[in-house]
Ligand binder design. Structure first.
Ligand code: B12
Length: 248
């Protein structure tokens, strides 16, 4: 099978590492032309097109999860490869990120609509020095959809801001996101800060972001790690149960 959409097929030519080629092509080839067009428009940063196509797809009955995985995230995967390999630079990535957000705006009300009783409170932020927020925002949408109250601390969040928010909102869970290898250690600093101010036993702390691994999470003393937004919800539920058991 090949990628049907001509423009997207051309963009895919930038993906040259065999492992990535297999992974990304398999992920794109199972999608239809509408999703491929959406991925393509995201790569070229056409936010009004992504906005229109997302709405069109939802109107046609595609689920929010399909639009996310088959359209938006497939496009973002190629943006990531092109950025890493110096084919594009920060300004181009910023326009793609803006297009991603235009699409996510339509998904948000669906992914965040829960209708169930709140099951727990989470404070979530991207750690100090890090401005990446797309993945964090996706996790927040999914958590809200699963019935969590989530307080979004935004990006570049200092340890004391996490701690203040936990106290203010009486949160049981803390979620930290980092996308840079240089900012990953700041998640550990937040955990240390919670120890220092005597809040560590009050909450369960989970971490995530593209460079983060289970191993790294264990090393810095986090309670949980998840690879994506769906698993983030599962992990949050799991940690909440553990905390409740612990506190009796
Ligand atoms: C978009 C992007 C940007 C945008 C960010 C826009 C925004 N509003 O977020 C802009 C242009 C601003 C940017 C800037 C920079 N970026 Co950048 N960026 C990316 C890019 C292409 C995509 C990231 C993304 O949104 N992915 C899609 C989302 C959905 O995935 P995700 O974030 O991984 O989130 C999922 C999971 O990780 C998980 N998750 C995320 N958070 C959490 C939290 C918890 C608690 C849990 C459980 C799970 C979880 O669930 C999410 C949903 O499934 C990546 C490439 C990549 N492959 O990751 C580079 C990348 C992260 N950037 C990189 C770099 C180097 C930079 C800059 C330093 C570039 C520069 N020279 O200025 C700056 C740093 C700015 C700063 N201080 O933060 C590098 C990092 C390399 C490294 N080893 O550290 C990457 C990997 C690109 C590369 N290969 O070189 N970037």
């Amino acid at each position: 099978m090949a990628i049907q959409h001509e423009g997207l097929a051309k963009e895919f030519e930038w993906v040259t590492r065999p492992g990535e080629q297999k992974h990304i092509s398999e992920s794109i080839e199972k999608t239809d032309l509408l999703m491929q067009e959406m991925a393509y428009q995201l790569i070229i940063g056409a936010n009004t097109e992504v906005d229109r196509l997302t709405k069109e797809a939802l109107d046609k009955g595609y689920t929010a999860n399909d639009v996310l995985d088959d359209g938006l995230l497939n496009g973002m995967a190629i943006v990531g490869v092109k950025f890493r390999d110096n084919i594009i630079f920060v300004p181009e990535v910023l326009v793609s990120a803006r297009a991603m957000k235009a699409g996510m705006a339509h998904l948000e009300p669906i992914l965040s609509a829960s209708g169930v009783e709140p099951i727990g409170t989470v404070v979530m932020g991207t750690v100090k020095g890090d401005l990446h927020d797309i993945g964090k925002n996706l996790c927040i949408m999914m958590l809200r959809g699963a019935g969590f109250i989530v307080h979004d601390l935004g990006v570049d969040t200092a340890p004391d801001e996490f701690a203040d928010a936990v106290e203010e909102h009486d949160a049981q869970l803390v979620g930290m996101s980092a996308l840079l290898t240089t900012t990953m250690p700041n998640m550990g600093r937040v955990i240390d800060y919670f120890e220092d101010v005597g809040l560590r036993d009050e909450v369960r702390m989970m971490v995530g972001g593209a460079p983060v691994t289970q191993e790294f999470a264990d090393e810095m003393g986090a309670d949980g790690y998840a690879e994506n937004a769906v698993e983030c919800v599962e992990k949050a539920k799991e940690l909440l149960v553990l905390l409740k058991e612990l506190k009796g």
